[in-house]
Design a binder for this molecule. Structure first.
Ligand SMILES: Cc1cc2nc3c(=O)[nH]c(=O)nc-3n(C[C@H](O)[C@H](O)[C@H](O)COP(=O)(O)O)c2cc1C
Length: 242
């Protein structure tokens, strides 16, 4: 039986050594479906998930992860990738979806208004924010928005670096959905930032616009792969009720 969300969160630990027991690819894939249900900025879903099951590719990526044992002993790997470059394609997918949802005769006044607002969002606002040229346009928008922001609240994340953060934020949420789902079915994971991302991109033949968000090793924990009890800063040092 699957663990509850709280049980899965409590069970999940970063696992640095896995047993030799194989894991079921279909279960891992289902956990990736859960990953794709994570919330995402503007529902643009600027992510991709590479599920590595081939031994040859696992070995190559383990080397690119500096041979850390979490990667070397993993039975499978998941590479979470951001695809900021796909913003236009994803915006169009949202528009198509809206057209389908509202493809009914006699739309109510409220639905017509909703459709128009949402369509304008993807046709006008998203390009205003995402359209860039070598980071220059983004910086000009940023400066203009700072001036407008002196007079009213305004969205300020328009620079290339801001847009990268936006994409990585959402991808991180998907990664956490994945790890919690894996814990729920009794599988273990370790998120890894420690990798040569350029080499990983080459191994997976990813395009220039793709960025590695994190690599998640998967398997069944060997007890020696949990490095000590869990440490967290006392909650009252990080919790502020305002
Ligand atoms: C973005 C990110 C990158 C991480 N990179 C690595 C890594 O490269 N190697 C590793 O062994 N652990 C890595 N970790 C795991 C953390 O060290 C671990 O989450 C932390 O020590 C807390 O332990 P816990 O996950 O067992 O609660 C990473 C975690 C995150 C969220």
């Amino acid at each position: 039986m699957e663990k509850t969300v709280s049980e899965a969160i409590a069970y999940r630990r970063s696992t640095r050594v896995y047993t030799d027991e194989p894991i079921d690819s279909n279960k891992v894939k289902q956990c990736l479906v859960n990953a794709s249900l994570a919330p995402t900025s503007s529902n643009l879903q600027l992510w991709e998930f590479y599920h590595i099951t081939s031994k040859a590719v696992l070995d190559k990526i383990a080397i690119a992860c500096f041979d850390q044992s979490a990667a070397k002993t993993a039975k499978q790997l998941v590479v979470v990738v951001t695809r900021k470059d796909l913003w236009r394609k994803r915006a169009n997918a949202n528009i198509e979806f809206l057209n389908k949802v509202y493809d009914k005769p006699d739309l109510s006044e409220r639905d017509l208004k909703r459709k128009k607002m949402a369509t304008n969002y993807y046709k006008k606002l998203i390009p205003t924010i995402y359209l860039d040229f070598l980071g220059i346009l983004g910086y000009i928008k940023f400066l203009v928005f700072q001036i407008v922001g002196l007079f009213k609240p305004i969205y300020r994340q328009t620079r290339l670096s801001d847009m990268r953060i936006v994409a990585h934020k959402s991808a991180g949420l998907a990664a956490q959905n994945f790890m919690t789902s894996m814990a729920a079915v009794g599988y273990d994971t370790c998120p890894m930032e420690g990798s040569d991302t350029l080499r990983v991109k080459q191994i997976l033949d990813l395009p220039r616009g793709a960025e590695i968000n994190m690599i998640i090793s998967c398997g069944i924990r060997d007890d020696k792969g949990i490095y000590g009890p869990r440490f967290r800063i006392p909650f009252d040092e990080v919790y502020f009720e305002v």
